[in-house]
Design a protein around this ligand. Structure first.
Ligand code: SF4
Length: 102
């Protein structure tokens, strides 16, 4: 049976959460907040680490490079729950582009 959050307004995949890698501290309230299991905590890969600012690198190192990761971006329905619970204001919703890999 499909779970539907009451304030979801878009079909899956139209929007995608963007995580500011220089802001996320891997605290993780976004993970249980998402009714569609779009997010999980994980470790930044080499490509993600290369994109960090100096301050972002220091913060990421201090948190063991643990951050929120998109594990099922195509299931996002743009309900905004993850945006609301992030204490670092690190998540925004952006319209996804055709063929784009988040
Ligand atoms: S907006 Fe956030 S909480 Fe809502 S479906 Fe998308 S990833 Fe999940």
């Amino acid at each position: 049976m499909e779970t539907v959050a009451p304030d979801c307004q878009h079909p899956p995949g139209r929007f995608v959460p963007r995580i500011d890698r220089n802001a996320c501290e891997g605290k993780g309230p976004c993970v249980p907040a998402c009714p569609y299991h779009v997010l999980a905590l994980g470790t930044l890969d080499a490509r993600q680490r290369r994109g960090l600012s100096l301050v972002g690198r220091l913060k990421a190192w201090a948190h063991g490079y643990r951050q929120a990761q998109l594990v099922a971006a195509d299931l996002c329905r743009a309900c905004g729950a993850c945006v609301r619970v992030c204490p670092e204001h690190a998540i925004t919703l952006q319209r996804s582009l055709p063929g784009e890999t988040p």
